[in-house]
Design a protein around this ligand. Structure first.
Ligand code: FES
Length: 105
């Protein structure tokens, strides 16, 4: 079971912005929506696109390859052509430090 790992400072991500990171050999995208932070795998479940290169649309990250949208709060695929969720990771903020706890999946 992994613990929370410090990954970035809050000022490193603009409002409605994102940051691609490698955390313990796993590629993830840290997303800021208003003052909330979320983290999902940098991996589209349709055909392996890198979600970190996609556009943020409200609470969703849009895969740049074929346009599937993933809810950054849950990892759920909300539009075709993706049908399976990508993995979402737990995030917490302590002061200006953002920490991520990697899911076991
Ligand atoms: S690889 Fe992401 S929508 Fe196809």
């Amino acid at each position: 079971m992994s613990d929370f790992i410090p990954v970035a400072k809050t000022h490193e991500i603009p409002a409605s912005g994102k940051l691609c990171l490698e955390v313990e050999d796993r590629f993830v995208v840290l997303v800021r929506v208003d003052d909330d932070y979320f983290c999902i795998d940098d991996l589209c479940t349709h055909d392996g696109g890198t979600l970190g290169d996609g556009e943020l649309k409200g609470n969703c990250l849009v895969c740049p390859r074929h346009g599937a949208e993933f809810d950054v709060r849950t990892g759920d695929a909300v539009t075709m052509p993706a049908t399976e969720a990508t993995v979402a990771h737990e995030v917490k903020v302590e002061g200006d430090q953002i920490l991520v706890k990697l899911s076991e999946e």
